[in-house]
Design a protein around this ligand. Structure first.
Ligand code: FES
Length: 148
C-alpha cells in the first residue's frame, strides 16, 4: 500500500514522528491498519512489537478497524443523569452492535466518551466530531438517517 508508506515517510525525519504518522494515518483510515505498523517499524527502524506498542499505548489511537462514521456518546455525569443509558440502548438497537463495535458494513463505530464540553445540551452525541445536543432515544433513527 504505497499510500500508507508515503504518509509514514513524511514524518520519518521528525522527532516524535512515529506518533504523528499514526495520527495522520488514523485521520485518513479512522484506525491504524496492520500494514501501517509493519511499515512504520521499517521506516523508523524499530521492531514491529515496539511500533505496535506505540499504536496501542494511546487510547485515542485504534488498531481495530473502525467505521467511516465514529459515533461517540458522552457518558460523563451530566449526560448520564440526562439519560445517556437510554440513548446508548437506542443506538445499539438501531445499529445492531454494542458499544466499542463497528457495524459489519464498516459504516459506523459506536463508542463512549468523556464530557465533550457541551453539557448544556445533555445528552450529547458526536458523529465524526459533529455534535448533536439534547439527544433522546426517539431522535436516534433520524440522526442515523442523515448518514444513509
Ligand atoms: S457531560 Fe456530556 S458533554 Fe459534558
Amino acid at each position: 500500500m504505497a499510500n500508507i508508506k508515503d504518509i509514514i515517510a513524511r514524518f520519518s525525519e521528525k522527532p516524535g514522528g512515529l506518533i504523528e504518522a499514526y495520527h495522520a494515518l488514523q485521520k485518513k483510515y479512522n484506525y491504524i491498519p496492520a500494514e501501517a505498523i509493519k511499515e512504520a517499524a521499517k521506516i523508523f527502524g524499530v521492531s514491529e512489537a515496539q511500533a505496535y506498542g506505540v499504536a496501542t499505548f494511546y487510547s485515542y489511537l485504534s488498531v481495530k478497524p473502525r467505521g467511516k462514521y465514529i459515533i461517540r456518546i458522552c457518558e460523563s455525569a451530566p449526560c448520564h443523569i440526562a439519560g445517556a443509558d437510554e440513548v446508548i440502548k437506542a443506538f445499539e438497537s438501531e445499529l445492531g452492535i454494542k458499544t466499542g463495535e463497528t457495524t459489519p458494513d464498516g459504516k459506523f463505530t459506536f463508542e463512549l466518551t468523556e464530557c465533550v464540553g457541551q453539557c448544556q445540551g445533555s445528552v450529547v452525541v458526536t458523529i465524526n466530531g459533529r455534535p448533536y445536543l439534547d439527544v433522546t432515544p426517539e431522535k436516534v433513527p433520524a440522526i442515523l438517517a442523515e448518514y444513509s
